[in-house]
Design a protein around this ligand. Structure first.
Ligand SMILES: [Zn+2]
Length: 226
């Protein structure tokens, strides 16, 4: 059976002592969606900034981690997320483990850029991650066409090797993928483009899972498993 869709990694608010902190919704060790237990807080400050280091323990795997926030001191500004120690990886996420190391590398870096608010790098990182994923899948399905796949652009690869999938794409997503340069003109809609590309990556990760199940089923039918 296909694994149930895993919840996206996202920033959430954590209320403690009448103050809102920004943390991730998943444990950086076991990747489970958790509500962590705050063990300790540490604060550092100078004339301008306030640094908040929160020490959490995961209720599931019982491992400790830190989340660092900062805020400007002289205003009532909200806390901003800086980082989680250790950094979040997809080491224990089964669906991501099905993908190539090349994809995992690029995708993890894109997610880190996204979490740190480097929106431009995140957008291009996600587009390139999608390209690697789509090409990896096309090569699994069409091993004889590896050279054609590798030398095609993302959209050429989608049109030639994923024509059934591409019919499911929204008009907006196709526009973003076909004209990633033209669409890269930051406006209020920019973040929705990034979200569309992220959804598309998730779709192909699930598709890859289905494909791998189908392959192992065929192997069993043809007796290769014996
Ligand atoms: Zn955990």
């Amino acid at each position: 059976m296909i694994k149930k869709k895993e919840k996206k990694l996202t920033k959430i608010k954590y209320l403690y002592d009448n103050r809102e902190y920004i943390i991730l919704n998943k444990c950086p060790h076991c990747n489970l969606d958790i509500h962590p237990t705050l063990e300790n807080t540490h604060h550092f400050e100078n004339k301008n900034f306030h640094i908040h280091a929160l020490s959490f323990v995961c209720p599931s795997c019982r491992k400790d981690y830190f989340v660092i926030n900062h805020s400007e001191k002289l205003s009532n500004a909200q806390n901003q997320y800086i980082l989680t120690i250790p950094e979040y990886t997809f080491r224990n996420e089964t669906l991501i483990q099905n993908t190539s190391k090349k994809f995992q590398n690029l995708y993890t870096q894109s997610v880190q850029a996204d979490l740190h608010g480097h929106d431009d790098l995140a957008f291009f990182g996600y587009i390139k991650s999608l390209e690697v994923l789509v090409k990896d899948i096309a090569i699994i399905e069409h091993p004889d066409s590896e050279d054609t796949v590798l030398f095609s652009s993302l959209i050429q690869c989608l049109e030639k090797f994923h024509s059934t999938n591409i019919h499911l794409f929204s008009k907006k997503l196709l526009e973003v993928l076909k004209n990633d340069y033209l669409h890269y003109q930051k406006g209020p809609e920019f973040s929705t483009f990034t979200e569309l590309v992220k959804d598309c990556i998730e779709y192909f990760i699930l598709y890859l899972e289905l494909l791998q199940k189908t392959f192992s089923l065929n192997d069993k039918q043809s007796g290769n498993w014996k």
